[in-house]
Design a protein around this ligand. Structure first.
Ligand SMILES: [Zn+2]
Length: 461
């Protein structure tokens, strides 16, 4: 068991972990507060970061002839970004129905398209297409929620990504669950099939929302997740219309409704939370439940601006996601960080609100904590080797004084190479883990049926 010493940290590396990557002469994004470390190196062993430091500390004796060496000159090395909310299969519906309000978008376009086009093959290929877009733009982990999630889980494994894959639960006939009375049994079978099966895959449960699931379904889904120690996701308080929909029959807010059903605890991740009132914020803070904000989707659907600044001030655990690309329409987490920070400044009329470092934390270490990925989201020995390298030799990244440029200036297309779980999945903009051309070909074939079924898809609104 060799020891590597760096910055007062020892890491024991298992002899069985033979694969290793050395990235050297790079600029390294260190723990928050310490800034950027020039002329640095990082060494992986197996699936973890074994050691890191500056040039004069390089442990040459520990580098074997089998080590893959990447020259990181003019590159910035940072943790892979984590997208805490996505419906990856919806890549098939990107741009199909833009510029519509949420209820009309869902009921007249998305739900009918899903009923017609979602198949096992569609979920597999379209999830892989999403994985390609995410890897190319520096996302190494995603939390996905959809139906036929077995296929999504397989797509994540085949693409090389790390994922929390959640089987959807809803009280309507859904792809793979034509009889909604079987929705919890289907979800249980999904957990049975995937728990402990692959080191990059965490299975979970996704209850669609308080307005599409009965109390009984919500409590059953949460109990199922809690009994198996799985994360539990739910869309909640996304729009003002949803507030009215819950308040009228139940006399309370969507978040109080979830609290009354005992659904809120640190393993529950509430997606959106655009419209919490003061009491709702208090409940969220007390419960330890996570909140994932999707700023571009909230803007595009005119849902509103989630009070992320106030949530963080109250100690609520806030993460960041893109939502499905039909309501965004991008899966680029660099764009999402930029929007998170700027929408908070506008909503609070305070330029100091949600600074860049906080947006970066939301997309990395905060998201890792929300998803229960204890050793992800930061560059530190012993953490998962999920890494991205940005090419800094570009006009819009020159000069680079500090990490704030990663939020306000960098784009997903600046990512040059990606390591996930200690494996090089993209090098010099080329995905190595699967054939992206083949995946795009499959999705183009699937899109023919979508075009035929929606004759006005090409007409400007
Ligand atoms: Zn969503």
């Amino acid at each position: 068991m060799p020891h590597f010493f760096t910055r007062n940290l020892f890491v024991q590396v298992s002899a069985a972990m033979t694969e290793s990557i050395l990235i050297h002469h790079c600029t390294l994004l260190t723990e928050s507060g310490a800034g950027l470390l020039p002329d640095a190196w990082l060494l992986t062993q197996g699936d973890i970061i074994a050691a890191m430091g500056q040039a004069h500390e390089l442990p040459r004796a520990e580098i074997s002839p089998a080590t893959t060496i990447i020259d990181g000159r003019a590159m910035l090395l940072m943790p892979g970004l984590i997208n805490a909310h996505n419906h990856c299969s919806m890549t098939l519906f990107r741009g199909l129905a833009d510029d519509l309000e949420l209820a009309h978008w869902l009921n007249s376009h998305i739900f009918p398209a899903e009923a017609r086009h979602v198949t096992e093959a569609m979920v597999y290929h379209c999830t892989k297409l999403a994985a390609a877009e995410m890897i190319l733009s520096g996302t190494t982990t995603v939390a996905d929620g959809y139906f036929l999630e077995h296929q999504a889980a397989q797509a994540f494994i085949d693409s090389g990504m790390r994922a929390v894959a959640a089987q959807g639960v809803i009280d309507f006939p859904a792809p793979g669950v034509p009889d909604p009375s079987r929705n919890l049994r289907t979800a249980a079978a999904f957990l049975d099939a995937w728990q402990g099966r692959h080191p990059r895959l965490t299975p979970a449960i996704f209850a669609h929302s308080p307005y599409t699931c009965s109390n009984q379904t919500l409590q059953g889904a949460k109990k199922l997740a809690a009994d198996r120690g799985a994360p539990f996701f739910i869309h909640v308080a996304e729009s003002r219309a949803e507030q009215a929909l819950i308040r009228t029959p139940r006399g309370t807010s969507p978040i109080r409704h979830l609290a009354a059903l005992n659904l809120l605890d640190p393993q529950t991740i509430c997606i959106h939370c655009v419209w919490p009132d003061d009491g709702d914020l208090e409940i969220l803070a007390r419960s330890g439940a996570g909140v994932v904000i999707c700023p571009q989707s909230h803007q595009k659907l005119a849902s509103g601006t989630a009070p992320a600044t106030e949530m963080l001030r109250r100690g609520i655990r806030v993460g960041l996601g893109t939502d499905g690309c039909a309501s965004n329409n991008s899966l680029d987490m660099f764009r999402e960080m930029d929007h998170l920070s700027k929408t908070q400044k506008l909503a609070t009329m305070e330029a100091t609100s949600l600074p860049a470092a906080q947006a970066l934390a939301c997309a990395t270490i905060h998201n890792a904590a929300l998803l229960g990925l204890k050793k992800s989201g930061r560059l530190a020995p012993g953490y998962k080797a999920d890494l991205i390298l940005l090419d800094m030799r570009q006009p819009h990244l020159t000069p680079c004084f500090n990490q704030d440029l990663l939020v306000y200036g960098a784009r997903g297309s600046d990512v040059r190479s990606v390591v996930i779980d200690g494996r090089l999945v993209m090098r010099d903009h080329e995905i190595l883990s699967f054939d992206v051309q083949d995946t795009m070909g499959e999705v183009r074939k699937l899109s023919q049926a979508v075009m035929k079924a929606a004759p006005d898809w090409n007409k400007p609104r």
